[in-house]
Ligand binder design. Structure first.
Ligand SMILES: NC(=O)c1ccc[n+]([C@@H]2O[C@H](COP(=O)([O-])OP(=O)(O)OC[C@H]3O[C@@H](n4cnc5c(N)ncnc54)[C@H](OP(=O)(O)O)[C@@H]3O)[C@@H](O)[C@H]2O)c1
Length: 307
C-alpha cells in the first residue's frame, strides 16, 4: 500500500512510500482509508522509537476491511471515523490503517468521508476546551485564533449555548467569524485590538481560549479579574489579577459530548468548514499549508477510493 511516512526520528521529512499491507491483530481492525485529516501536529506526532518507516496521521475515515479477534464494536463493511494516537501500528496517512477497536466509531449515515476525516482532532479539542471552561449562558468568551480548525467549532458551539463570543483573526476572516455566530471580531495584527475587546466587554471577558501559540499572555490581558484562560497550544503563563491560566489537557469524560458534536455536524446544526480537500498525491502540500497557520477551518486529504 502507499503511505506517507517518517523514515527516522532525527529527520522531520515526510515522504510517500510503498509498504506491505498490514494485518489486524487481536483487538484491531484493518480500515481501508477514504480520507484523513491534516494538522500542524502530523509531522511530529510519532512515537520516538517508531517503528520506522512510521505512517503519520492521527485521524481519518474509511471502511472496515478486516477484523482481528475480539472486536465487537464494528463489523466488516462499516463506515468508521478513525482516531489513532501515535501507536506502534502507525497512523492514518495511508491506503490502509490498523486501528485498535477503541479508536473506531461509527460514521453517521448523513456524513461524508471528507467531513468525518476532519472531525476528530479539532472536534475533541473544541469539546474538551468548552467543557473545561465551564461556560454558562450570557458569559463572554474571547477566542484567539477563532478562524482555524478548532476555533471554527468553538465559536459555533459556544454561541449555540448562549455564550457571547468575540474572536480574533486577521481582518479578511471577520465576516467568517460573524457567520459562525461570533458577536464581534478583532484583528490581532492591529495595534488596538485589546482595547477593542475591552470596549466590547467592559472590565474584560469572563473567559478566553488561546488557541494559537503565543496568544496566552495577550489573551489574559483582555480577561476580567478572576476570569479564566485555557491555552490550547500549552503556553504556560504567569498569572495576574486572580485569573486562572491553564494549559489544555485531554479529558476522558467528554465522550458523550463528542458524539453529540458528530451528530450536530452530520445533521447540519454545526458546520465543520473544510478549507481544502486535497487529493492523496498532494498531502504534503496540504501539510505545508497547515504549517503556515492560515487555514480557515480544516484541511483534509481524500484517497482515490473515495471519489
Ligand atoms: N494540546 C493539544 O492536545 C492540541 C490539540 C490540537 C491542537 N493543538 C494546538 O492548536 C493549534 C492549532 O489549532 P488549529 O488547528 O485550530 O489552528 P489552525 O487551523 O492552523 O488556525 C489557523 C487560523 O488561526 C488564525 N491565526 C493564526 N495566527 C493567529 C494569531 N496569532 N492570533 C489569532 N489568530 C491567528 C489564522 O487566521 P488569519 O489567517 O486570519 O491570521 C487562521 O485562520 C496548534 O498550535 C496546536 O499545537 C493542541
Amino acid at each position: 500500500m502507499q503511505a506517507y511516512v517518517r523514515l527516522e526520528p532525527q529527520s522531520d521529512v515526510v515522504e510517500l512510500t510503498d509498504l506491505p499491507k498490514p494485518s489486524p491483530g487481536e483487538g484491531q481492525a484493518l480500515v481501508e482509508m477514504h480520507a484523513f485529516g491534516v494538522g500542524i501536529h502530523d509531522r511530529y506526532f510519532i512515537p520516538p522509537t517508531g517503528p520506522f518507516p512510521y505512517v503519520i496521521g492521527i485521524e481519518g475515515a474509511g471502511v472496515v476491511a478486516e477484523l482481528g479477534g475480539g472486536v465487537d464494536n464494528v463489523g466488516v463493511g462499516d463506515r468508521v471515523i478513525v482516531s489513532t494516537n501515535m501507536r506502534p501500528e502507525g497512523g492514518t496517512w495511508g491506503e490502509c490503517a490498523v486501528v485498535p477497536a477503541g479508536g473506531l466509531s461509527p460514521m453517521p449515515d448523513a456524513m461524508d468521508f471528507a467531513t468525518a476525516a476532519g472531525v476528530t482532532v479539532a472536534g475533541k479539542s473544541a469539546v474538551e476546551s468548552i467543557h473545561s471552561l465551564a461556560l454558562t449562558e450570557g458569559e463572554t468568551l474571547f477566542v484567539a485564533g477563532a478562524s482555524g480548525a478548532i476555533g471554527t467549532l468553538v465559536v459555533q458551539m459556544a454561541a449555540g449555548r448562549g455564550v457571547r463570543v468575540i474572536g480574533s483573526a486577521s481582518q479578511p476572516n471577520h465576516e467568517y467569524l460573524l457567520s459562525l455566530g461570533a458577536e464581534a471580531a478583532v484583528d490581532y495584527r492591529s495595534e488596538g485590538w485589546r482595547e477593542d475587546v475591552l470596549a466590547w466587554a467592559a472590565g474584560g471577558v469572563d473567559a478566553a481560549l488561546a488557541i494559537q501559540p503565543g496568544t496566552g499572555a495577550s489573551s489574559q490581558k483582555v480577561v476580567r479579574d478572576g476570569g479564566r484562560v485555557i491555552t490550547v497550544s500549552g503556553d504556560q503563563e504567569p498569572t495576574e489579577r486572580g485569573i486562572s491560566v491553564v494549559p489544555f489537557v485531554h479529558r476522558s469524560d467528554t465522550g458523550g459530548e463528542m458524539e453529540a458534536l458528530i451528530d450536530d455536524i452530520a445533521e447540519g446544526r454545526i458546520r465543520l468548514v473544510l478549507e481544502g480537500i486535497y487529493p492523496f498525491a498532494d498531502a504534503i502540500k496540504a501539510l505545508e499549508g497547515c504549517e503556515t497557520r492560515s487555514a480557515r477551518g480544516k484541511r483534509v486529504v481524500t484517497l482515490p477510493i473515495a471519489e
